[in-house]
Ligand binder design. Structure first.
Ligand code: TXA
Ligand code: MG
Length: 342
């Protein structure tokens, strides 16, 4: 691994891409691990380094609208409006793909997800590479996405990549992924661009796997949604309900656990002050995720990663409300908790 500060000359990273290697670069959502999207061998390296399943397609990143025309066969009226309103920014649109894109980028689908990031370092980098950049989130498959530079350096230390440091990711959760079919926008993965904002452009629906567990063997529209994802090695439990219910449920659970084993190490990730909950016990650690959804979104992956460093026996996470940006956070939390919800 080679590390570059954002003030360093990025030429070495650009040369890396041109020679068919991979570079980790910042975007406004999360860091991406990128390669030339038109070079099949370079794209293979991403799958290898991440340990990514062969049927989870990559998003292709562009820096200007001319690049889009080469990559897709058609852009409909609603997609044009979405592009006008939200690009550059955290919105990925699924288009019918052009033949020029190798099949390993899209895992043999006839569609491709495209996004134009708003992060200046990312756009400048893509422009100078003179090619579209295929990039999934910068994390080993199944782990929380990389949003803090130290987490990324830790995880990719041994790999043949260059890392461009752009500081903490501004948003902290991956882009909203959508598909437009017969005049309707379908949200496949929720993100910073919310249901309400998309509804202003065209009728919008939420794919049911956004907030529910896919059935075994069910075909999912966005393959990434079916994998074990964002999950620490430690067992996490998501606690849902009204504020008072959450407190009550957590208190009961914690007391039960302590009765079973008085030395058990418990962590609580909370959003509100949970005044009744503050059982002052040495083996319970309380960690605030943030005062609002924006702050939680920024910090959540880093917090989830930190859990594995401390290795408690069990973690209880206070759920957020399923509205606005909260839907995107909830979508990640149910996966981090592997659908352990009480
Ligand atoms: O914000 C982001 O989107 C970040 C940054 C780096 O741009 N990238 C990212 O990539 O999150 P990744 O690979 O971690 O997630 C891509 C998601 C997956 O859930 C994948 O299944 C879905 O997009 N996807 C990609 N191409 C698709 C397609 N043709 N049809 C349906 N879903 C697709
Ligand atoms: Mg990912």
């Amino acid at each position: 691994m080679k590390y570059l500060d954002s003030n360093d000359d990025l030429n070495i990273a650009i040369e890396y891409i041109k020679s068919g290697k991979t570079v980790i670069f910042p975007t406004e959502t999360v860091y991406g691990i990128g390669a030339n999207a038109l070079d099949r061998n370079a794209v293979d390296k991403i799958f290898k380094i991440k340990g990514r399943p062969q049927d989870n397609p990559l998003i292709v990143h562009i820096s200007n609208i001319d690049m889009l025309k080469e990559l897709v066969t058609e852009v409909n009226e609603i997609e044009k409006k979405l592009i006008d309103r939200f690009w550059p920014g955290p919105l990925t649109i699924i288009f019918p793909k052009n033949e020029i894109i190798p099949n390993n980028v899209t895992c043999n689908l006839d569609t491709v997800g495209i996004r134009m990031p708003s992060n200046e370092i990312a756009r400048n980098f893509i422009t100078k590479c003179e090619c579209p950049i295929a990039a999934p989130s910068a994390n080993k498959s199944g782990k929380p996405s990389g949003t803090f530079i130290d987490d990324i350096l830790d995880e990719f230390m041994e790999e043949d990549v260059i890392v461009i440091d752009g500081g903490e990711s501004e948003i902290g959760l991956e882009s909203t992924v959508i598909k437009v079919t017969e005049g309707t926008i379908e949200i496949l993965r929720p993100g910073y661009i919310t249901y309400d904002e998309l509804s202003k452009i065209a009728p919008t629906i939420m794919n049911k796997n956004v907030t529910e567990k896919p059935k075994q063997d069910e075909k999912v529209e966005s393959p990434g949604m079916k994998f074990r994802h964002y999950a620490p090695n430690v067992k996490c439990v998501l606690v849902v309900g009204e504020k008072q219910d959450i407190e009550k449920k957590m208190l009961n659970e914690i007391q039960e656990k302590i009765e079973e084993n008085k030395d058990i190490k418990i962590e609580v990730l909370y959003k509100y002050n949970l005044p009744n909950l503050k059982l002052e016990k040495e083996n319970i650690k309380y960690i605030c995720m943030g005062k609002d959804d924006e702050e939680i979104s920024k910090k959540i992956y880093h917090l989830l990663r930190d859990i594995d460093k401390r290795k408690p026996d069990i973690v209880y996470i206070e759920s957020v409300e399923k509205k606005g940006l909260g839907i995107a956070i909830y979508n990640r939390l149910i996966r981090a908790c592997e659908y352990n919800i009480i």
